[in-house]
Ligand binder design. Structure first.
Ligand code: SF4
Ligand code: SF4
Length: 458
């Protein structure tokens, strides 16, 4: 590990947002492997950025780890077959991430799990140069779990060799001094990073070395929640490698990279459009780093992911699920019983996507499935804002959600932009506390899409 430089770390308490509790029984549930179902639906939109175009047609036989779709844009991540079998459809299908109909490849699983190129450990993977390591990450199709960016586009070598310029199509001028290893989960009812930290910390140590080899950062810091704490075996093992630990009470939405960066470094990010790398930090979750390691050590593409599943009648589970498994199959596997009035949300309870079809599949971005009983649903109202100010108190981005909401509601989108609409991270804290039950997130999303459509038309 590079020399420690404690000046890079100035932890601050995070007081805004919401206290949803840190401890939840799901964090004690080990990760279990769910068998691949008979039919797999692979969405062709599984990251932020450009589209991937299908490389396969109906009737093709595919092997596990074969490319199904890819894009020429460097900000895309190829999509691989999670099972071997026969392509039986290429066309629109419900998508759990966007909540829309999305081009999808459907595969009839032959249950042979026959790899195109079986992942094999490369004993010399740490001897590769940074550009080759980035190339391996890009070709494995690994994407950032917190924001959906293809991970390869976030990893720039400190020296920016010419080869890197050709690899990503643009120079990157943001050197990384500090790697923030995000072991917090987005909400306490999700336990993906906490479980991976506890079960895979030996691999995590190697993955951190890979990231260090690529970006040549000066220091690594592990951000953990207080329900894990500094005495956990995994945390002690990492501190033995010179990795400093910062323990947070995980107020929602602290795990969001911009907020975590400020909480760890004490530095504010420039907004709008600010990025942790603007202040010399790279935030990667435990899941991201393990995905990078799989890519460079074994050439293993992203074909599965860990998903927390919970609901009123479901004992909480953490499952390793093949990408493309439908929500319906996952709920069947955990013996979930629910009726048509319950809501199924993919992602967090606070900012996840309510599903219009249980046939929508798990994607690289699906960290959780929450079933919410009809009796716990809060109805949205169109009541007028009575200026109580609660939304302003909780907003982690220090915005005026009441003002921006009013402007978007009445079509004053340019004024909403002036009031920093694009700084909103759509965390949902304002809507959660609003006693008038105003659909604030709906207003913000609508305002942003109107402004983006206007820009595209210009
Ligand atoms: S305005 Fe945006 S960032 Fe602020 S609380 Fe509401 S959703 Fe979150
Ligand atoms: S919490 Fe609701 S009612 Fe209160 S100021 Fe904000 S938008 Fe208005």
């Amino acid at each position: 590990m590079a020399n420690s430089n404690t000046q890079l770390i100035k932890p601050q308490a995070f007081r805004r947002g919401l206290d949803l509790g840190s401890i939840h029984p799901v964090a004690a549930q080990p990760i279990e492997e769910m068998p691949a179902p008979k039919r797999i639906y692979v969405s062709l939109k599984q990251h932020r950025g450009g589209w991937c175009m299908s490389d396969v047609s109906v009737g093709d036989q595919v092997k596990m780890g074969q490319i199904l779709a890819e894009g020429a844009d460097p900000d895309t991540a190829p999509i691989y077959a999670p099972v071997s079998g026969k392509v039986i459809a290429v066309g629109d299908h419900p998508d759990s991430t966007s909540g829309r109909m999305t081009p999808t490849v459907t595969i009839e699983n032959d249950e042979a799990d026959e790899w195109l190129n079986e992942p094999v450990t490369d004993a010399a993977f740490l001897d590769k140069n940074p550009t080759d390591l980035i190339r391996a990450v890009r070709s494995a199709g690994v994407v950032q779990s917190a924001g959906g960016r293809p991970l390869a586009s976030m990893l720039s070598p400190s020296g920016h060799p010419q080869a890197y310029y050709f690899l990503v199509g643009k120079p990157v001028h943001k050197p990384v001094d500090l790697l923030i290893i995000n072991a917090l989960d987005h909400e306490p009812t999700i336990a993906v990073n906490r479980r991976l930290l506890q079960e895979k910390y030996d691999d995590l140590k190697i993955g951190i070395k890979v990231v260090e080899k690529i970006v040549a950062h000066k220091q690594s810091v592990l951000a953990v929640s207080d329900d894990i704490g500094i005495d956990a075996e995994a945390v002690r093992a990492l501190s033995g490698e010179g990795i400093q630990t910062v323990v947070f009470h995980n107020r929602y939405p602290l795990a969001a990279p911009p907020l975590l960066t400020t909480a760890v470094t004490g530095k504010e990010l420039p907004w709008p459009g600010g990025d942790p790398q603007d202040v010399g930090a790279l935030v990667l979750t435990v899941e991201d780093i393990l995905g990078i390691l799989d890519a460079v050590r074994e050439g293993r593409p992203r074909i599965d992911r860990v998903v927390t599943v919970r609901g009123p009648d479901i004992p909480p589970r953490n499952l390793k699920v093949r990408i493309g498994t439908t929500i319906e199959e996952v709920l069947k596997f955990v013996n979930a019983s629910f009726d048509g009035t319950d809501k199924v949300v993919v992602g967090g309870v606070m900012d996840g996507v309510a599903q219009f079809s249980l046939h929508a599949p798990i994607t690289k971005l699906s960290r959780a499935i929450h079933v919410i009983s009809a009796k716990h649903l809060v109805e949205i109202a169109e009541d007028l804002c009575f200026k109580c100010g609660r939304c302003v108190e909780v907003c982690p981005m220090r915005l005026l959600p009441n003002v921006i909401g009013n402007l978007c509601e009445f079509g004053q989108f340019d004024e909403a932009e002036d009031a920093e609409l694009f700084k909103c991270i759509e965390c949902g804290c304002c809507a959660y506390v609003c006693p008038a039950r105003r659909p604030l997130i709906h207003y913000f999303k609508h305002g942003k899409s109107e402004l983006e459509a206007k820009r595209t038309a210009q």
